[in-house]
Write a protein that binds this ligand. Structure first.
Ligand SMILES: *Cc1c(COP(=O)(O)O)cnc(C)c1O
Length: 398
């Protein structure tokens, strides 16, 4: 029996649910791209993106591409063939970024620090201390690894670089976390941050951003090409240069609306909402295995303090995650995230980033609990634990 008729719900970790306001803002004719409203709109977008990233004056380069393009842009602008860089991976995505660099001739070393928790800052410090000749040009990490759902302690990683007295640039991928997790570009001393439009920023896939701090601005490799050069995009002499060609007009309209929504709520309030929703998801996952020896699931990330508020990776026991996802999709019209890479066969993921409130989250959790019942998987009370968690958050805020 299919119960799927009704609104489809996308609970994958990007693209995230697009608000009606964002979709409606895009539903209009093409504007003049050379002067007038669109030019002012872009200036305003850069100012507001800086607010979301918490930087006073980092440059913002906007590219018409997905997150992989921003990865390549950062590498192209900063490095030369043969440069040594260090990538610390705790899942899958930092490694992907390093592979992009390797493909461009950069000597990117990948250190896998384990896929059930964040990158240990002590390990980064030790690696940098060992580089006494200061050959390593940069350190690359992700804030939230979307495969493992580990949330790195970016401030602690910065402190590790400083403790080692190392001059390497610090590059952070916030593609899965900008707008969802606490992030402080200036305060944390980040040199370059890359992000995309389609996750916490609630806009269709197709825009990506490089935030460039003063130290990175001065740094320049010879890999950079005309199109990926971030200088004319950040400091254009003519508006046309901002995008290396025609502006992605409708994405810009959508992003304008999404940033309005985010700033109307307040970025700190958005972070708190993601924490409350993340806590509810975690309460459900813990609840489903509560009081059982070998319950049906566990968190991939072992340290509760380092579980992401944007996505949760869940390891399953005694049932196939593929079957659970299929039931949710075909019988209930909820799409859950697949396990990625090393996690493919043994996990599923719930995305809870961007435009998410309690009924949306509870709907997803309710569908998962219903699927467990339909599969006759024994489980504890997840949904009521999630409701209690949200109730606690609301009492605390009141
Ligand atoms: C989604 C994601 C990417 C890749 O972004 P695309 O837009 O799919 O190219 C990179 N890094 C992280 C952390 C992500 O979550």
């Amino acid at each position: 029996m299919s119960l799927a008729n009704g609104r489809h719900f996308l609970a994958i970790p990007g693209p995230s649910v697009m608000p009606d306001r964002v979709l409606n803002a895009m539903h209009r004719g093409a504007p003049n791209i050379y002067e007038g409203a669109i030019v002012e709109l872009v200036d305003g977008l850069c100012d507001d993106l800086r607010k979301v990233a918490r930087t006073k004056d980092a440059g913002v380069a906007i590219y018409t591409c997905n997150g992989h393009g921003a990865w390549e842009a950062a590498i192209a602008n900063l490095f030369s063939k043969g440069d040594r860089i260090l990538t610390l991976d705790c899942g899958r995505f930092a490694e992907g970024w390093a592979q992009t660099a390797q493909g461009m001739g950069v000597d990117a070393q990948v250190v896998m620090t384990g896929d059930r928790g964040p990158v240990p800052p002590e390990q980064l410090e030790a690696l940098l201390r060992a580089d006494t000749a200061h050959e390593i040009k940069a350190v690359m990490v992700v804030q939230v690894d979307t495969a493992s759902s580990a949330c790195n302690d970016v401030a602690a990683l910065r402190a590790a670089i400083d403790a080692a007295g190392h001059p390497a640039l610090f590059l952070v991928d916030c593609i899965a976390s900008l707008g969802s997790e606490v992030f402080e570009f200036d305060e944390w001393g980040v040199d370059v941050m890359v992000a995309g439009s389609q996750k916490g920023l609630m806009t269709p896939p197709g825009l990506a951003f490089c935030f460039v701090g003063p130290k990175a601005w001065e740094h320049r490799g010879d890999l950079v090409s005309v199109y990926w050069d971030w200088r004319p995009r950040i400091r254009p002499e003519m508006p046309y240069q901002r995008f290396g060609g025609t502006a992605p007009t409708h994405h810009l309209f959508g992003l304008r609306e999404a940033l309005d929504m985010l700033l109307e709520e307040g970025i700190e309030a958005a972070w708190a909402r993601h924490r409350a929703i993340g806590d509810a998801v975690r309460a459900a996952v813990a609840g489903w295995s509560e009081g059982m020896n070998d319950g049906p699931m566990e968190f991939n990330v072992i340290d509760p303090a380092r579980r992401s508020n944007a996505v949760t990776t869940i390891l399953t026991r005694g049932f196939e995650p593929k079957k659970l996802r299929a039931l949710c999709e075909t019988e209930m019209n909820v799409t859950l995230g697949i396990g990625l890479g090393r996690f493919a066969q043994t996990s599923f993921r719930i995305g809870h980033m961007g435009w998410v409130n309690p009924p949306m989250a509870m709907g997803v959790l309710g569908a998962v609990e219903t699927a467990l019942d339909a599969m006759e998987v024994p489980h504890g009370p997840g949904l009521s634990a999630a409701a209690q968690s949200l109730g606690r958050a609301m009492r605390k805020a009141a």
